[in-house]
Design a protein around this ligand. Sequence first.
Ligand code: AMP
Length: 306
Amino acid sequence: MRLLVVGSVALDSVETPFGAVTDALGGSATYFSVAASLLTGVRVVGVIGDDFPKGDLEKLAPRGIDWSGVVQAKGESFRWKGKYSFDLASRDTLETRLGVFADFKPQIPRAFADTPYVFLGNIHPALQLAVLDQVKDPQLVACDTMNYWISSEKETLLKVLKRVDLLIVNDEEIRQLSGDWNIHRAARWVLSQGPRRVVIKRGEHGAFLAETGKSFYCPAFPMEEVFDPTGAGDSFAGGFLGYVARTGDLSSAGFRRAMVYGSAMGSFAVSSFSVGGFEGVDPAALQTRVRSFKDLTHFDVAEAIG
Ligand code: AMP
């Protein structure tokens, strides 16, 4: 298996204008691995409580997800509760109950240490550093973070940035991190802090990839039915890194393709609650979605204007 993810495995309660779910399978590592497993085998490191319906994880194992690094600890599982606005453009976090996640100290199993591609989900930056100390010469390390860590642990987060190849965040996070409202300048600032590439996720407005002297934009797939945006960003990251891990292609052209695989996964994630949007999605359906991005964005430049 070529990809390792460390992050939350959660029970989510979500309300959207189209319905609600309680204690549904969620968490950043879960969405990430369900998406990535369409492209490559994934090893997950995380923690769940003794109340977690483990069968829900086991059902997903045949996709190529190794959950053996997910420890079951005594206590309550991590629970997150969110509610979306009528246009799904914004959400309020109603409750975050850390439970066993509060004492999470990621232990990378020995058999996972040489995984070539690594994704550090939005855990405490000190824990992200601890993971980096436990892996052996990965080909590529990517990391995520969130507003909470940017405001409370910025110094430690900057140490993480010095040691990763790629940062994947949303526009709000990169603005807060850089202190610059302009996302393109903010991306340049991130590139000066260590990572060679940065991906900025912008929800229904697509995603940007920036590297020194170059940038690439991929739109979001035009979806007429969006049920639940939860996990779209993590699924994007899973598709992006799943593609990179599968191909081993670290060229600019490869990363551009990875952006499209990420966007395709985001579109599957939002089509249903929890990880239901991936049900029935096979590699052929994924390729069809990826091809439709080409149709969506391709145009020929006229020789002259009129
Ligand atoms: P996204 O919609 O891509 O931002 O991801 C939402 C997922 O992140 C949900 O499944 C939550 O369980 C998880 N999540 C929410 N808050 C946190 C947190 N503080 N730490 C880790 N994971 C979280």
